[in-house]
Design a protein around this ligand. Structure first.
Ligand SMILES: NC(=O)c1ccc[n+]([C@@H]2O[C@H](COP(=O)([O-])OP(=O)(O)OC[C@H]3O[C@@H](n4cnc5c(N)ncnc54)[C@H](OP(=O)(O)O)[C@@H]3O)[C@@H](O)[C@H]2O)c1
Length: 326
């Protein structure tokens, strides 16, 4: 078979909210097939599969990784299971696209990367924002200094949701809390645009169960450059990313981490750029991943091991400052 057009057969592990969205985009991709799904219960897998014309249905994760026809598995389980689930796939030589946060801490990320290298199998963090055209456009404009030097950035992600200890978002034993779930996106924005900060200031509020309900961060860089970052499960935040440059401002509109529009302001004049997205946005990371598989690559240059390692080390550092332990 021609490697350039080989159909990539995907499996999904863990069939919650994000798995549904991912599946909707995956089934529209050329030369890719949503071939198998696995849930902890066969009933749930059967129900999920019926929506997307899935060929193989598994009532546990082990059977999924033992299916020799699978090329790639998308891991969509709670954060605390990412390491264990990733290792299960890599041991069988199956490529892994694992949801963000890649794992719970840097030690876990190092173990995952080391296993992928040992097995010579592709592994990538599913930080989809990196692959979205509007985000890549902004990165390029900032790198080219189209509007001069960057002086300050702000990014937030927040919404109000009634506390529910049964929900993954709040449940501490599943890695719940604002920082790892949504605070990762403002941190990702600062890391991808500016890099690692020289120092970090952070403060947080907490739910009674110990999960963080909000987190305020300032990343300090050389020459007074600062990134003001915030996550919250207590209030609706702008959920924009704003880059203040010498000659203008680039704003990624709400919600900056999803397919979005951009507003550029120069001399008080606003220009809006619409990227005319037609999908939920998960297709971009999948197409990149498929391409890597066809080229027999074991690491992405867009979402590299080094980037994921740095991202997790920043999350670790913030957690240590706010004293959030899992
Ligand atoms: N990239 C994005 O845009 C995005 C958006 C939302 C979430 N995420 C990430 O995706 C992951 C899943 O988030 P989600 O919102 O889809 O969560 P969710 O709706 O709670 O789904 C998680 C799934 O994991 C499986 N699971 C396995 N063990 C579990 C356990 N002990 N408790 C609960 N569920 C368990 C379950 O599937 P089965 O019952 O089928 O096994 C469950 O439905 C998280 O790491 C999150 O950060 C990414």
């Amino acid at each position: 078979m021609d490697q350039n057009t080989k159909t990539i057969r995907w499996g999904i592990m863990g069939l919650g909210n994000i798995a549904h969205k991912f599946a909707q985009d995956l089934i529209k991709i050329k030369d890719a097939q949503l071939y198998a799904v696995a849930s902890r219960t066969k009933e749930k897998a059967t129900e999920f599969a019926s929506n997307y014309g899935v060929a193989q249905i598994y009532g546990n994760y082990e059977d999924l990784v033992n299916d020799a026809n699978i090329d790639a598995i998308y891991i969509a389980t709670p954060h605390v299971l990412h390491k264990e689930n990733t290792l299960l796939c890599l041991e069988q030589g199956i490529a892994v696209l694992c949801e963000k946060p890649f794992a719970m801490n840097s030690t876990e990320v190092a173990i995952m990367i080391s296993k992928a290298k040992e097995k010579k199998v592709l592994l990538m963090e599913a930080l989809w924002t990196s692959f979205l055209p509007h985000y890549q456009y902004v990165l390029k404009e900032l790198k080219n200094k189209t509007y001069g030097k960057l002086l300050k950035m702000e990014a937030s992600f927040g919404f109000f949701r009634e506390f529910n200890d049964n929900s993954r978002v709040f449940k501490k034993s599943l890695g719940g809390g604002s920082l790892l779930d949504i605070g990762i996106y403002p941190i990702f924005a600062a890391l991808s645009v500016i890099g690692k900060p020289e120092s970090i200031e952070a403060s947080a509020t907490f739910f009674d169960n110990g999960a963080d309900s909000s987190c305020n961060m300032i990343f300090n860089y050389k020459h007074g450059l600062k990134a003001y970052l915030k996550s919250s499960l207590l209030e609706d935040l702008p959920t924009e990313a704003i880059f203040y440059c010498e000659k203008g401002t680039i704003k990624i509109n709400r919600q900056f981490h999803c397919p979005s529009t951009i507003t550029i302001t120069v001399d008080g004049k606003e220009e809006n750029i619409d990227f005319n997205y037609k999908t939920i946005g998960y297709n971009y990371e999948v197409e990149h991943f498929n391409e890597l598989l066809r080229q027999k690559k074991t690491e992405s240059s867009v979402m590299s091991f080094n980037f994921s390692t740095q991202l997790m080390s920043l999350l670790d550092e913030v957690r240590s400052i706010i004293n959030l332990k899992y």
